[in-house]
Design a protein. Structure first.
Length: 352
């Protein structure tokens, strides 16, 4: 069982971001810290959570580093009996708000992994993306994370923006490689509704050539690709991998989706509504067909591969065709995709 907690507060809204977050509702942080407790208490029953059964806890956002360890502490106390020994406990953080004290406080609470939204080390690109930090702050935050004792540090980068070219990407990647990080996520910029970029033409440079160049540069700099956007340098994120394997996950907080026994729970992203009734959710029942489609997408985008046990015969016949055409291969009862960029196409072919 996985646990995700959403912190819907940010210092400012980045131009590309459509995630559930608010920049003008800081006054509700205390009430939010009480609402998440209330929701978790109820979810213990709904998800039938046993002691030590949560193998990974991930705090994302929004911006968790805008939420003080003091406000988070009651929630941590509440979930501690349910956390497995050696559970992976990750927090996302933004370089401008992840101060030494905040990182220290999170380490004290038991966090053993931190993922920084760096996006780039180029100040012009950071400004273009509407980020609230500069490259110097990113270096300082990573250094402070090391100082307080974090060994598992990850960063996020964004590429395929209008400003990207081979030189800029190579600089971002070699700069990242020189830092004490053991994981990196590189996302191709997507243009989402209700963002500043949505109304601005030509902010994105959708280039497979640049994407392939970035991946080559990452591999040459010691990273291994284990999913379309995720790279490890000695550490693959446990939470990600279990999520792609369709493990059950408890979603706590405003806008945090949950999944249990073929049902998905969608809470509202309205902060006031959430605080008033943290259990209010829309429920979607997923059919076997929905689940297989999702499983195919998730497993072919990553090195998890598609488990072939219980795969219908007509899908198996297509897998044989793909194997013959060298678009993938079968090993230990799983089908692996040779090119993550073709994952969606292959998944659609298998499910057509
Ligand atoms: C939702 S954010 C939360 C982390 C943190 N608030 C931050 O911004 O650093 C997680 C990551 O998703 C990525 N992301 C969000 N929106 C994106 C978009 N439209 N295109 C590409 N990547 C995006 C960014 O790399 C970001 O670091
Ligand atoms: S990218 Fe991160 S900091 Fe920026 S608005 Fe989205 S959640 Fe907030």
């Amino acid at each position: 069982m996985l646990l995700y907690l959403h912190i819907p507060f940010c210092d400012s809204k980045c131009f590309y971001c459509s995630f559930c977050s608010y920049t003008d509702k800081n006054i509700l942080k205390q009430a939010y810290s009480e609402a998440i407790l209330k929701q978790f208490e109820q979810e213990i029953k709904r998800f039938d959570i046993g002691e030590k059964s949560i193998s990974s806890f991930f705090v994302g956002g929004g911006t968790p580093s805008t939420f003080s360890p003091l406000l988070l502490s009651p929630f941590i106390k509440k979930i501690t009996p349910y956390l497995a020994q050696n559970a992976e406990i990750t927090t996302e953080a933004n370089p401008n708000s992840a101060t030494f004290d905040w990182l220290f406080g999170m380490k004290e609470l038991g966090f053993n992994r931190v993922s920084f939204g760096v996006q780039s080390f180029d100040d012009k690109k950071l400004k273009f993306l509407g980020r609230a930090h500069n490259a110097k702050q990113a270096f300082e935050a990573i250094e402070n994370a090391r100082k307080v004792g974090f060994e598992n540090i990850s960063i996020d980068l964004i590429y395929n923006t209008k400003l990207d070219n081979k030189k800029l990407l190579l600089k971002d990647i070699t700069t990242a490689a020189a830092l004490p990080i053991n994981h990196l996520s590189a996302y191709s910029l997507t243009i989402e509704k209700n963002t500043k970029f949505y109304k601005k033409p030509n902010v994105q440079k959708e280039s497979l050539y640049l994407a392939k160049y970035a991946i080559k540069a990452l591999l040459e700099n010691g990273f291994c690709q284990y999913e379309i956007s995720n790279f490890s340098r000695g550490y693959e994120c446990f939470h990600n991998k279990r999520y792609w394997q369709q493990d059950d996950y408890i979603g706590i907080g405003c806008g945090a989706v949950g999944f249990y026994k073929n049902r998905r729970f969608y809470p509202s992203c309205d902060l006031e509504k959430y605080i008033k009734d943290p259990l209010l959710k829309e429920i979607e029942n997923l059919s076997e067909k929905d689940l297989l489609l999702e499983k195919t997408f998730l497993s072919l985008r990553s090195n998890i591969g598609l488990e072939l046990m219980n795969i219908p015969l007509h899908v198996m016949e297509k897998i044989d065709i793909l194997s013959r055409e060298k678009k993938g291969f079968i090993e230990n009862g799983r089908f692996f995709n040779s090119n993550f960029f073709l994952a969606d196409e292959i998944a659609l072919f298998l499910n057509s």
